[in-house]
Ligand binder design. Structure first.
Ligand code: AR6
Length: 169
């Protein structure tokens, strides 16, 4: 598996088959990642997600990506930290379920934001460890996915993620 870590906007990822949305249960636009993805993808995305909602914490669903430079959006509902329990397992479920969709749709490259670490309040370092452990534990079962890119919004989060990734590999 090729792991990449960049600072940037998840709604502007070229050369990536699928981008992951840190969604809300209704799969509608919102703040942060969900706002950026829905704005860039256009109103067709909002229409496409409507029949798939609501989803539960830990769940992932897939749609086309419309005006985004990608083929698919995988919408994951992360846990609200301290409310949706067990938060660690529900966050791991997001990553696991996203990977399962890559297998089903023959997706070769995926970009993840740091799910649940914004409005949903998950401690950043704890969420990073869960993401990396979960992905590493499952990649060997995948036959299509070749690249996992982590897209961090702030420079501080990018530095922290990059550090965790270096420790990890
Ligand atoms: N690209 C990449 N990362 C981003 C971007 C972006 N454009 N914008 C923010 N981040 P959040 P959550 C970072 O709040 O915690 C929404 O309103 C951000 O700094 O988007 O899962 C939805 O409607 C943070 O590190 O997702 C839901 O109600 C991380 O992405 C709720 O927030 C996740 O922040 C979901 O909360």
């Amino acid at each position: 598996m090729n792991y990449e870590c960049i600072q940037g906007d998840i709604s502007q990822q070229n050369n990536i088959d699928a981008v992951v949305n840190a969604a809300n249960a209704e799969l509608q636009t919102g703040g942060g990642v969900a706002g950026a993805i829905h704005r860039a993808a256009g109103p067709e995305l909002t229409e496409a997600t409507r029949p798939l909602a609501p989803i539960e914490p830990g769940q992932a669903v897939i749609t086309e990506a419309f005006n985004l430079p990608n083929d698919y959006v995988i919408h994951c509902l992360g846990p609200v930290y301290g409310k949706d329990e067990p938060s660690d397992e529900l966050l791991a479920d997001c990553y696991r379920n996203a990977l399962e969709l890559t297998e089903k749709y023959k997706i070769k490259s995926i970009a993840f934001p740091a799910i649940s670490t914004g409005a949903f309040g998950f401690p950043f370092e704890q969420a990073t460890k869960i993401a990396l452990d979960t992905l590493a534990g499952h990649v060997s079962t995948l036959s299509h996915l070749k690249t996992i890119r982590f897209v961090l919004f702030s420079d501080k989060d990018y530095q922290r993620y990059q550090h965790a990734l270096e420790q990890f590999s």
